[in-house]
Design a protein around this ligand. Sequence first.
Ligand code: AKG
Length: 265
Amino acid sequence: MAVTTSLLSAAERQQFAADGYLVRRAQLDADEIHRLFGHFAQIHARRHVPGCFTAGDGPDPLDRWPRMMHPHRFDSVSRGLLLDARLFGVVSELYGEPALAAQTMFYWKPPGARGQALHQDDFYLRTRPGECMAAWLALDPSTVENGGLRVVPGSHVSPLQCPHPADETQSFSQHEVDLQSEWRVVPVDLRPGDILYFLGRLIHGSPPNESSRFRRSFICHYIPSSALECSGGYQPLLDSEGREVRTESPGGESDPCGGPEFRRG
Ligand SMILES: O=C(O)CCC(=O)C(=O)O
């Protein structure tokens, strides 16, 4: 796939390089989003899809509305979005080389749900060389009140950190990284159809949903096609035509903080 330079402006590319993230507004329209709501509600009604999610009936809202992992592995709508040029093409252009698609997730983030502590995605994907990139698609308004994403601009130039345990009363995930004193955590307000792109070393996370509204989002992860390693759980990867490919070797999953690239917190 040739990487064209027609999707992004020079200002967008510059801002992405400086901050490590970029918001592109109104990439999906209201009809498309409405169809996605109905579609994922039908999948959730199955209550259990192996390797993707199991819905329970416990008191934790995330037990009743768990995130769906890798829905593109069985669902053509998710796979279509992952490979859609509005996402895949932009990611390839930001990389300056063809991307490979690694992951999809659907988050319901119901009222009362815990957030996700500040982290770097490449702690999980282990992309080498290079770094992964997320395309985070807002399906509902995503704000401070309902647990919208927050980012640390410029933190993408720092190395991967070895995280410490997160406060699991606030975060459903167990890992949290530290902030340097000059860094600021900035909320990113998104409207339905907006896409936030960000790099695998950018520190980001989300607070709990303290509103009475769901905050639904569809999240894709990619790696550059020149990467030689990516964690095994994200493979097989897909190229722009949907063909399955694998990196030469999986990342070092046995000791996630052991490599020389990790700064121990
Ligand atoms: O959507 C969220 O609340 C957090 C998602 C996130 O940080 C991630 O997928 O890496």
